[in-house]
Write a new protein. Structure first.
Lengths: 551, 662
């Protein structure tokens, strides 16, 4: 076992379009070609799924080393094996490279094959690109420009198939656009473990469908939309909302559970239109769950807090930020350390949690915890821990056993021992406090993004940003440090959480030295060994492992 | 209470459980087709309830069953009439008048046939009184007695269009045609017993004739010896590809750890081929003996006979033969005291031609749509049935194994010609006076002898125009073509010689050298009355109907070619059509998952190439301007505005866990 791990991968010599390259054993021919700079178009192949070889788009010419009479490869003038080319084109998506293999991706035969397949795919395809959601990211459109025939010589009636089928609550199907590549079927079988899609009828009349009694409604259904190479499967949520080429793309990750699936957030003019998964084999492969994917609407909700407010008399009134901060700090100053409690959140970034822990330190507060958030998990991606940064909260000392202190906080608020409560990104009603009990608090400082019954009870209300509106880092359930990037600007007067926390600290202690989020990270990395030497930019798009992945 | 449970009788469920036991315990899915048959027998068709019930029974999803019901034409989703008639519409029957049979039968039964332009399924048309229903089906493997029909499970041969009404009340006293006795040019091994007046299908008759002696001899040999004899015999597969059987067998490792399976391919569905039918129906034990010898040689403990759905009688005969053989301990536990356990099971197809392709067959046997697999990596001998090493052989091939053991590989190899050894059954249908099957020594008979001497030549006043020599997928050969073949000269030397169609010896290599193939041995003769565009259109319809639809070129190309020849027949042929036909076919052949690609492309390639004039005369219209787009943009947008249910932001799958959603 041990030496197997240590042994360098065996490298194989493969000739691609006349040039010899080396690839590790086990490399698919189609991947090898891509790595060598000769992209082979494909429809059915997806590297995370099995290869049925049905679209025939990836046909190439292939050859094997020519064997001499001594059954050894014959060698040419360049010292490399001579190649015996196979008369028939071969698909490149289902075979691994082998020693001395030759591949031609652009030979006249290979080009002719692609052209032929493109023509076949287009003859029965409706030409409705003008109203197709996939337009702009459609492989059919893309390849037909590159490999298609300009003029159609198809004079017959096209095959009519069902259109506008609700395959499930979130996915809509247009069978006329479907090129029967079976990616979606294989995804459901192999990744989602929910075998609900299939083909019915035969030949050119085959159609993709789900049985009416068992629809495509699993929590991973929208991945089929991502991998559908054409516009056959569309997201009912995203349909007809926005042309994809107008979308700005921001790399980020999902904050709806501890998995932290890597994403691309598609936005336009500060509105989020969709989230799609971004490949990261250490986290989410190429997938994400529907629940996380669609959980961004609240950022555009009517109930967003847009304006800092302070309690004046018995009413919350709008205030300038500096007034609100000063007001909050002035209130807190009335109380001794043991009279203050902090409810923080496992949804906060590391930077925010770090500043929260600093604030707690300055205030001398001991009663601090995060609110655990759980739900059913699965063994695909979704974690039972619905907080994206429980590990960060642990690492940065905001909690040791998440939720262990909440009972005490609640009892002390109810019992009147705690007189000042700071709620950061959480609603204390969820830990069992009532609005009346919160209203009775002499000081109740709330930082949050949406209004709720608890925010009504605040003495100082500090509107902050959601995950797509800010930068920062989190540590997922497997101990991987990942980076959020800002996709949209926050609404109204709302501010970035770390700035709010920094201002609170400054207003309290006058201490300074933090001008940017990078400064926060630097402070944090100097203090926390697991983060030593890192910076936000060093985290990169795919994250860095900073804790044991056992958790 | 689920209403279904009350309807499923204990008897039916017992039969289903029995069917399930024929497959490995973790491969229950394989029983999907048998269960669908049982359901359809009981309830007449497969309702949605049936789909769900069977899915639940096999621990599958309903879609897995729906996929099958819609793939295999013999499963129906709506009731048929009390008496269901299937009329063969494929080439030999169509030439013999089966379209008129259909028309006349419909008139007699008062059926208005509706055509389903869109669906690939030939829809079943039911008479108003529900007494009778009728459908077109593809080749029933009885082309020698064309036109043929099936009334319920019974084959009716030589149905004259004028007598089509009789299909509604077939006269049981009308005997199917006598089985022919051998022609002097024949050399019968496999068909030795066919047509014998004293011959019956029961095991006693077989044993009286020396049956199972070869099995007894084989079990005294070592496995390697048997494989060697088969190798020495030079036996080439009779299913179509002509692959050397011994070579195929030697792919199975002697020390193989996984179970090895043997599948007898009894799907016989290449149009023009009707030999396995007679082996199965007339001499089932010969096949069984061949299978059992092969099982022993390959250490196969479970063999399946995949028999086409249109042979219901054949399936029964084989089931019975298996029981008889079991009673004699020719199979079962500790076969003949050898310590070797072997079981043979019947698995019925359901009307899909592609199940003849060996990997499609394997998928079908696994309870899936018969989608052929890519090779590499799924060579059956390595990753076959249940991803175990599997040998698939044709019915006739397996019968030859018995004779190889009887004769010895060396003597067997002296039959026929080098590389084309043994005997083989050729089936002649179409425009000849005495269509039928003839077992010949491979290469010992020429095409001319076969067509003129054995099959009686064309009808009087007619001449042979063309021959399709190896099943409808083989490239057509013109009667006036000249071929350059390497032929053995009287002095023993080999020299290239120019020959006519009728001088071509009926063997694998000669027909390949002539640019076609021996294929499945189905010779279809076309006389000078035949319109080649019509002929090709009939063939194209077969392939468009039978394409499994998995891979792009074949799925789209086969239907496209059919649509072009359709249009040409209707008078709409444009100048470009022959060229388009040719290039479409060129874009299919060699680029598909399975050899169906060639099978559907070769007819078009060869007909268009060899009958240029006929095709040109049917394609005289100028090429029309480009078609308007399918929909105008306006229509498209209206079409797309069909309301879809608005969705809440809440994904809705996890109602309880609100804590997770802000
Ligand atoms: C489209 C297609 C249809 C076929 N149909 C049959 C068939 O009906 N019966 C058969 O024995 N072989 C059929 N074959 C050939 C089988 O794939 C396979 O080669 C054969 O069963 C092997 O047996 P053999 O070596 O004994 O000939 C078909 C092949 C193709 C490509
Ligand atoms: S819907 Fe899309 S992914 Fe699914 S088979 Fe059709 S083209 Fe492929
Ligand atoms: S699994 Fe978790 S992180 Fe991934 S998309 Fe779903 S909720 Fe988001
Ligand atoms: S060639 Fe035709 S029959 Fe064979 S896999 Fe492809 S579509 Fe199916
Ligand atoms: S990508 Fe290779 S066949 Fe589809
Ligand atoms: S039985 Fe009708 S064509 Fe073969």
């Amino acid at each position: 076992m041990g030496d197997q791990v240590l042994a360098p991968p065996q490298l194989l010599n493969v000739q691609i379009n006349g040039v010899w390259h080396q690839f590790p054993k086990g490399t698919r021919v189609i991947e090898a070609c891509e790595q060598a700079g000769s992209y082979v178009p494909r429809y059915c192949y997806h590297k995370k799924l099995s290869s049925p070889g049905n679209c025939r788009m990836c046909l190439i010419e292939m050859g094997m080393p020519k064997m001499g009479p001594d059954r050894k490869p014959e060698v040419g003038a360049d010292g490399m094996p001579l190649i015996n080319w196979m008369p028939r084109p071969q698909i490149s998506c289902a075979q691994d490279v082998s020693e001395g293999m030759g591949v031609r991706t652009d030979s006249p035969l290979a080009q002719e094959c692609r052209k032929g397949v493109m023509e076949f795919l287009l003859i029965n395809h409706p030409l409705d690109c003008p109203i197709c959601d996939q337009a702009g990211e459609c492989r059919l459109q893309e390849f037909s420009v590159e490999y298609g025939n300009a003029a159609s010589r198809f004079l017959e009636n096209k095959v009519k198939k069902p259109k506008n089928i609700e395959l499930g609550p979130r996915v809509t199907l247009d069978d006329e656009r479907c090129i029967l590549c079976s990616r979606c079927i294989r995804f459901c079988q192999e990744v989602a473990h929910d075998d609900v899609l299939g083909f019915v009828d035969r030949g050119s009349h085959s159609v993709l469908t789900a049985h009416p009694g068992k629809r495509l409604e699993n929590n991973y259904s929208l991945n089929t939309v991502d991998i559908c190479p054409v516009g056959a499967l569309t997201s009912s949520d995203f349909r007809f909302q926005m042309r994809v080429w107008f979308l700005k793309e921001t790399k980020s990750f999902c904050t709806s559970c501890a998995t932290g699936c890597n994403t691309i957030i598609g936005t336009r003019e500060d509105v989020i239109y969709r989230q799609t998964p971004r490949e990261n084999d250490a986290v989410n492969s190429s997938w994400m769950c529907d629940y996380g994917r669609l959980n961004f609407g609240y950022l555009q909700s009517d109930t967003r807090l847009l304006q800092p407010e302070i309690l004046a008399g018995d009413k919350l009134i709008p205030a300038e930020w500096n007034v609100a901060i000063t007001h909050a700090v002035a209130q807190l100053k009335h109380f001794s350390a043991w009279e203050i409690a902090i409810i923080a959140s496992g949804r906060m970034t590391n930077e925010e949690l770090w500043l929260t822990s600093q604030l707690a330190k300055i205030l001398g507060v001991d009663l601090i915890d995060i609110v655990p958030r759980t739900g059913p998990g699965d063994d695909i991606l979704l974690s039972a821990d619905r907080n994206p940064n429980t590990n960060g909260a642990r690492l940065l000392g905001v909690t040791s056993v998440p939720g262990a202190k909440l009972r005490e906080i609640k009892d002390d608020v109810v019992g009147g021992r705690v007189k000042a409560l700071i709620a950061l990104g959480e609603n204390p009603i969820e830990i069992g406090l009532t609005v009346e009990q919160l209203k009775a608090l002499p000081a109740f400082v709330v930082m949050n993004i949406l209004s709720n019954d608890a925010t009504e009870a605040a003495t100082a209300l500090l509107p902050s940003f959601g995950f797509a509106e800010k930068r920062g880092s989190m540590i997922n359930g497997k101990g991987r440090l990942q980076r959020l990037n800002r996709a949209v600007r926050g609404p109204g007067q709302a501010r970035d959480d770390w700035e709010i926390l920094r201002d609170l600290i400054q207003a309290y202690s006058g201490r300074n030295g933090i001008y940017s989020i990078e400064d926060v990270f630097r402070q944090m990395s100097e203090a926390v060994p697991a983060l030593a030497g890192l910076s936000l930019s060093k985290i990169g798009d795919l994250g860095v492992q900073v804790m044991e992945s056992a958790k | 209470m689920d209403p279904t449970n009350t309807r499923i009788s204990a008897e039916l469920e017992r039969k289903m459980d029995e069917a399930i036991r024929r497959y490995p315990p973790d491969r229950k899915r394989s029983a999907a087709m048998p269960l669908l048959y049982l359901w359809q027998e009981k309830f007449g068709f497969i309702s949605d309830e049936g789909v769900r019930w069977i899915a639940a029974k096999l621990e599958l999803q309903p879609i897995n069953i729906l996929e099958l019901v819609t793939f295999y034409p013999m499963f129906r989703q709506a009731p048929a009439g009390k008496k269901h008639i299937r009329v063969c519409r494929t080439l030999s029957c169509a030439m013999a008048g089966s379209y008129r049979v259909m028309e006349n039968a419909c008139t007699a039964a008062g059926i208005v046939r509706h055509r389903d332009e869109n669906g690939m399924r030939n829809p079943i048309s039911v008479s108003a009184d529900g007494k009778c229903s009728i459908e077109f089906v593809e080749c029933l493997a009885s082309c020698g007695t064309a036109p043929v029909c099936m009334v319920e499970d019974e084959l009716i041969e030589n149905v004259q269009p004028s007598a089509a009404a009789a299909l509604l009340n077939p006269d049981p006293s009308i005997q199917n045609p006598q089985l022919s006795s051998p022609h002097p040019l024949e050399h019968r091994l496999i068909f030795k017993n066919i047509g014998r007046s004293d011959w019956t299908t029961d095991i006693d008759c077989y044993l009286r004739d020396g049956g199972y002696e070869q099995l007894k001899a084989a079990i005294k040999m070592s496995r390697a010896e048997i494989v060697n004899e088969v190798k020495t015999s030079g036996l080439r597969g009779r299913g179509g590809a002509g692959f050397p059987c011994g070579v195929k067998w030697s792919f199975i490792k002697a020390d193989e750890k996984k179970p090895v399976y043997l599948i007898c391919n009894a799907d016989e569905s290449e149009p023009g081929t009707f030999k396995d039918r007679y082996i199965i129906h007339e001499d089932p034990h010969q096949l069984l003996e061949g299978i059992l010898i092969s099982c022993f040689a390959l250490n196969v403990k479970t063999a399946y006979i995949y028999i086409r759905g249109e042979f219901p009688e054949g399936a029964k005969i084989l089931e019975h033969a298996i029981e008889e053989a079991r009673a004699h301990n020719f199979l079962g536990q500790n076969m003949l005291g050898t310590g070797f356990d072997v079981e043979v099971y019947i698995h019925r197809g359901a009307g899909a031609y592609i199940c003849g392709e060996e990997t499609g067959l394997i998928e079908s046997l696994e309870g899936k749509r018969a989608y052929p697999r890519i090779k590499p990596p799924y060579f059956p001998a390595v990753l076959g049935l249940y991803m175990c090493p599997t040998i698939v052989n044709n019915v006739e091939t397996l019968c030859h194994v018995k004779h190889i053991i009887a004769m010895g590989g060396g003597p067997y190899a002296r039959l026929g010609r080098p590389n084309n050894t043994g005997t083989r059954i050729v089936c002649v249908s179409g425009d000849v006076q005495r269509p039928g099957y003839f077992e010949i020594e491979v290469g010992a008979v020429t095409m001319g002898q076969l067509i003129y001497d054995m099959a009686g030549g064309p009808r009087s006043g007619r001449t042979v125009k063309a021959v399709i020599p190896g099943g409808s997928s083989a490239k057509v050969l013109r009667a006036d073509e000249r071929f350059k073949l390497k032929m053995k000269q009287p002095d023993g030397s080999i020299a290239e010689q120019e020959v006519s169609l009728f001088e071509i010896p009926m063997d694998f290599d000669s027909l390949a050298a002539a640019g076609s193939m021996a294929g499945s041995g189905g010779v279809i003769v076309l006389d000078d009355s035949r319109d080649m565009v019509w002929t090709l259109n009939n063939i194209n319809e077969f392939y468009a109907h039978e394409s499994c639809g998995q891979c792009t070129p074949c799925r789209e190309g086969s239907l496209w070619m059919k649509k072009i020849t359709d249009r040409m027949l209707l008078g709409g042929g444009v100048v470009q059509d022959p060229e388009t036909l040719k290039t479409v076919a060129d874009n299919i052949a060699g680029r598909t998952i399975c050899a169906f690609g060639e099978a559907c492309a070769w007819p078009t390639q060869s007909f268009v190439e060899k009958f240029k004039d006929e095709f040109a005369s049917r394609s005289q219209k100028p090429v029309p301007p480009a078609m308007p787009p399918e929909y105008t943009p306006g229509e498209l947008i209206d079409h797309e505005r069909i309301a879809t249910t608005a969705l809440p932001r809440n994904p809705g799958w996890e109602e309880t866990a609100t804590a997770g959603t802000i």
